[in-house]
Design a binder for this molecule. Structure first.
Ligand code: FES
Length: 385
């Protein structure tokens, strides 16, 4: 027995394997027959799914499958459009556009889900309706596939494709290509969209991730520091003499334009990134203060204001250890050094608390000079440490 005539494991032992030249001369039908014989496969039934060509039922099945692929393409396209152009900038509850903003993630999920689902349904329907469902019996055998196995399996796959009549079903081919192509476009759009949507390109300056309630709405607007007395409509402004040395007071923004607007007054107390800790350092500590570069004039005398929102994951920092001049976040025990621009000295937080620039106006009240110069709260892109 030569190498080419060795017995095929699990197949027809009486039939020698053909040579490479013989294989090359065989057509696909012969290769299919050879493959089934060598594998010990016996095809019991090999029915043509559509023995009578061009029936209404066949055309209906073709249209149904094409429809699913077109639905997949439309949903995929909708996903790409929504990914890039849906109003994705954060809108504060109660403001225009908040509802649309809240729909951003659901819309992405629904469009992508429908695109994948419709494509899958189209493929399943095509398999059920056009791929021949033969009944075959094969003896199981182990070992690596030989050259003959590889050649015959390719022929068998090509034969299955041929019998599925995909080659002449142009509507299905086109719609399937469209659906798969648009989904591929969606995969490409995911990283590309991040370059198109520039969070810093914010001419209206209304992006709440980059600004807070301390932002002046006009250049000459005054934003006061107020305390929360429990009654949102009771305006209690803060003056330097209100705080003892070593004291901490939580303050919120107040603007004259909101005086007769109970809703705005309440929102100013509720907005998550508004709370600020106002410290009055003890005289013996002021000499040890280390200012942050570029923020040397953000304080007023021994008064310093820092956001209350922890730079770890956003809990309210509130426990003030006056003797050690540290504030503690109760969530994960991060500690921030008040004498060193509230930089973290312990715990998981890695960024300093954002500092609010303050001064005292001619009436003697604390006011914010402008908004924070960086985003408050947890990790944020392009934020300084
Ligand atoms: S949120 Fe403050 S330490 Fe984790």
């Amino acid at each position: 027995m030569t190498d080419n005539e060795q017995e095929h494991p699990g197949g027809d032992d009486t039939q020698p394997e053909p040579t490479a030249e013989q294989l090359a001369e065989m057509d696909r039908d012969q290769l299919v027959r050879l493959g089934t014989n060598l594998d010990g496969v016996q095809i019991e039934e090999y029915p043509d799914p559509w023995p009578v060509k061009g029936t209404k039922a066949e055309k209906r099945a073709e249209r149904l499958i094409s429809t699913w692929f077109v639905v997949s393409a439309i949903a995929g396209l909708a996903f790409v459009v929504a990914l890039i152009w849906w109003p994705w900038r954060y809108k504060y509850p109660g403001t225009d556009g908040h509802f649309l903003y809240t729909l951003y993630t659901p819309v992405l999920g629904v469009t992508l889900g429908v695109a994948i689902l419709a494509l899958a349904i189209g493929i399943i329907l095509y398999t059920k309706k056009f791929i021949p469902h033969e009944v075959a019996v094969q003896q199981r055998h182990d070992g690596q596939s030989s050259e003959v196995d590889r050649s015959t399996i390719v022929a068998q796959l090509a034969d299955a494709g041929n019998r599925s009549t995909i080659a002449r079903r142009s509507a299905i081919k086109r719609s399937a290509g469209l659906g798969a192509g648009v989904l591929g476009l969606g995969a490409v759009a995911l990283p590309v969209a991040s370059f198109i949507k520039d969070p810093w390109n914010n001419e209206a300056e209304e992006d709440s991730l980059a600004s807070t309630g301390w932002r002046k709405q006009s250049a000459d607007e005054t934003v006061y520091l107020r305390r929360n007395t429990g009654d949102p409509e009771e305006i209690s402004l803060v003056r330097p003499e209100d705080l003892d040395a070593g004291a901490l007071e939580t303050v919120f923004p107040y603007r004259e334009s909101e005086k007769d607007d109970p809703k705005a007054l309440l929102e100013a107390l509720r907005r998550a990134d508004n709370p600020v800790m106002l410290f009055r350092l003890r005289p013996e500590d002021t000499a040890n203060v280390q200012e942050r570069k570029g923020q040397e004039d953000f304080h007023y005398g021994s008064y310093y204001a820092y956001t209350k929102i922890c730079s770890h994951v956003g809990c309210p920092v509130s426990l003030y250890e006056q003797r050690k001049n540290v504030v503690l976040c109760p969530c994960h025990q991060s500690q921030f050094d008040v004498l060193s621009y509230c930089k973290p000295v312990f715990g998981p937080a890695t960024r300093a608390l954002a500092q609010l620039p303050i001064t005292v106006n001619e009436e003697g009240y604390f006011v914010a000079r402008h908004d924070f110069v960086e985003a408050v709260g947890p990790g944020y892109w392009e934020r300084r440490s």
